[in-house]
Ligand binder design. Structure first.
Ligand code: HT9
Ligand code: FE2
Length: 391
């Protein structure tokens, strides 16, 4: 990250924070975990039983174990090493929405350890209820009623941080290089992310900005990656944004096209090859190893369409350093200092606190931490000490 201006302008003072908290989704670690995990994920969500059985099969294909927890363990190890090397002495905790270690247990341990204020890094880079506000609701739930709970700040969205974009650029270059010589130049880049209901995309970001932030943010970083790849190869590969892992009831519209339908279309149009770029995900969890590496790769093979899947950011040192950069940046801001915020593309750096109306909950309004929301009167008493900033 030596050419990143934020590295030069900031120092390694991370006060007022005395911990970093890695916040993630969680996944099952063995066959017996699969059903309880799926129940945790889908509680109250109206996901049809057939869809759950289908998704259960995906996990059982891999021994009932998702790779996501091990990937977070690797990220923790890498983060601790990176912070230590930068001279930052800060404990790093980990808590999940849907599986052990649960956020509630982690927050209780942090309180017992005397942590007073933690920065939260969420393994989800974009705006939407599922990818942002739901995590903020989960943080609320985790501190509610907890004596001595640390105050929590969520680090800003990082889909357009160079430390996230650049590993994706290199991954696309590597995937292109791996395609047969005679089809490489004509390859399309299919940027892939998790589908969400159209209504959830419409409600993503602040309504004053017209909603639709989820898709807009993906399109922005996909443009950046495509242009950076063109700088390296001298060729602008046509690119599209497509979706995987559609869930929910069939009559509810979700973002399309599905990646498999897209591969069929490319093939029908005579496109000679494709690189799938899972830009919506930060590591190779189940959506990537099943929906892309298994299902979409099978579709491509049946079509006879040469396809490669680009790597996710994972523990790329630039991505790990980006977490530190975001931490140091936010600490500086909280101390009242000036920062240079690293961002590529046309969106610009994202806010530190989500606006009150951002990414509304599709079912019912729930209290959430780390926004500019005033804490609702009915809940304020149960969550002492949290940041309350009215926009
Ligand atoms: C936007 C988004 C991300 C990306 C941002 C982020 O990373 O947070 C994401 C990530 C993930 N989603 C995951 C797993 C699942 N998601 C489900 C269901 C759903 N996801 C949704 C959205 C997203 N999901 C939505 C709108 C639903 C419908 C139900 C609801 O409204 O909540 C279901 C239920 C079964 C099904 O129907 O698929 C499962 C099992 C795993 C773990 C993988 C592993 O185990 O390796 C990860 C990282
Ligand atoms: Fe999901």
């Amino acid at each position: 990250m030596s050419n990143d201006p934020a590295d030069v302008l900031t120092d390694v003072d991370v006060t007022p924070y005395d911990a970093l908290l890695l916040v993630s989704f969680g996944g099952p670690e063995g066959p017996d975990d699969v059903v309880p995990f799926l129940e945790n994920v889908t509680r109250g969500r109206g996901i049809p039983r057939e869809r759950l059985e289908e998704v259960g099969k995906h996990y059982h294909l891999f021994g009932g174990r998702s790779p996501i927890n091990d990937q977070n363990r690797d990220l923790l190890t890498a983060l601790r090493a990176d912070l230590a090397e930068a001279g930052i002495d800060l404990p790093v905790y980990w808590g999940n929405r849907n599986w052990d270690p649960y956020l509630k247990d982690t927050l209780a341990r942090m309180a017992a350890d005397g942590v007073t204020r933690a920065a939260c890094f969420v393994t989800s880079a974009y705006s939407s209820w599922s990818s942002c506000r739901q995590y903020r609701e989960n943080l609320w739930d985790a501190v509610e009623g907890l004596e001595g709970a640390p105050r929590l700040d969520k680090l800003r969205h990082y889909f357009n941080h160079p430390g996230f974009a650049e590993p994706n650029v290199d991954a696309v270059l590597a995937a292109l290089a791996d395609l047969p010589d005679d089809v490489r130049d004509g390859a399309h880049l299919a940027f892939v992310t998790h589908s969400i209901p159209l209504s959830m995309n419409d409600a993503s970001g602040p309504p004053e900005q017209g909603g639709g932030a989820y898709v807009r943010q993906h399109l922005d970083v996909a443009d950046v990656i495509t242009r950076r790849v063109a700088e390296e190869t001298g060729r602008t590969h046509p690119h599209e944004l497509v979706f995987c892992s559609r869930s929910g009831a069939p009559h509810i519209p979700w973002l399309e096209p599905d990646v498999n339908d897209h591969l069929e279309k490319l093939h029908g149009d005579g496109v000679p090859a494709v690189v799938m770029v899972p830009v919506g995900f930060v590591s190779d969890h189940m959506e990537v190893i099943y929906d892309l590496d298994t299902e979409a790769m099978e579709t491509a093979a049946e079509l006879g369409l040469p396809a490669r899947r680009a790597a996710t950011a994972g523990t790329d040192p630039r991505f790990v350093a980006a977490v530190r950069d975001l931490l140091v940046e936010r600490a500086t801001v909280e101390r009242g200092g000036e920062v240079a915020r690293a961002a590529v593309g046309s969106t610009g750096p994202m806010w530190d606190r989500c606006p009150r109306t951002c990414c509304s909950n599709p079912r019912a309004e729930r209290p959430a931490l780390c926004g500019s929301d005033p804490v609702p009167a009915y809940a304020a008493a149960t969550v002492p000490g949290q940041a309350v900033v009215v926009a």
